[in-house]
Design a protein around this ligand. Structure first.
Ligand code: CA
Length: 228
């Protein structure tokens, strides 16, 4: 690692806090930790960490409130640590501006991978207006999609959806977020047309590729374009 990144962990479970802190330090990150949301906000203001790992259930203020306060002033990546079975919390946290989430009990290598993705994808810049990943080539200027050098026809909406996913490669996009970006509005809990479009894009990409599933479904949350 050429750059030391400071990571702030806001987590009131002392065992988990200690465990993550140690793992991150072993991997070359500078780490600060607190069990209070309000102290966390102070650290964010004064030390400007490069990334925040945030537990939602905190003793003083709600994690969701921490996200809101941070997003008023900063774009720092936030990865939420959510409790098992709280699917809706993830969606709400992502809609509030969190970048990603991990679910307890988590695998530390998964947390490290998510951190790398979040730090890398802060701003995605495409060279020559092209996105190239495995056998897929998307030309944003020409509006073309190629798989193994064969052109794949996408409808305008499908192209916009695919573009949105790859711009945020590695990040979970919620159903609400996608609907707002593509259609400009949210339809509460009715994602049927979105599902149909996604299925169509996947089918087109799959029939032309050798086994790669480029778009991952995050059950009950949304979609993610794969990173590796
Ligand atoms: Ca907690």
């Amino acid at each position: 690692m050429t750059e030391m990144s400071q990571i702030l962990i806001i987590e009131d479970d002392k065992v988990i806090l200690k465990f993550i802190k140690l793992a991150l330090e072993t991997n070359g990150y500078q780490v600060s930790g607190t069990d209070q949301g309000s102290i966390g906000l102070n650290i964010i203001l004064n030390q400007n960490p490069g990334l925040i790992l945030l537990d939602l259930g905190l003793p003083d203020i709600d994690g969701m409130q921490v996200i809101d306060e941070v997003r008023k002033i900063k774009t720092t990546p936030i990865i939420v640590i959510s409790a098992r079975g709280r699917e809706n919390d993830k969606v709400i946290a992502l809609d509030h501006g969190a970048n990603d989430y991990v679910t307890k009990p988590f695998n530390i290598s998964e947390v490290l991978a998510r951190i790398r993705v979040a730090l890398r994808n802060q701003e995605k810049v495409f060279e020559d207006q092209k996105f190239i990943f495995k056998n897929l080539v998307i030309d944003f200027a020409k509006h073309t999609v190629k798989m193994l050098d064969q052109e794949v026809h996408m409808t305008p909406i499908e192209f916009k959806l695919l573009e949105l996913l790859v711009i945020h490669q590695g990040k979970v996009l919620t159903h609400n977020f996608i609907q707002e970006k593509i259609w400009g509005y949210k339809t509460q809990d009715d994602y049927q047309s979105l599902r149909v479009f996604m299925a169509s894009i996947r089918k087109k990409l799959k029939s032309n590729s050798i086994g790669h599933d480029y778009i991952l479904t995050e059950v009950g949350v949304g979609y993610r374009f794969r990173e590796e």
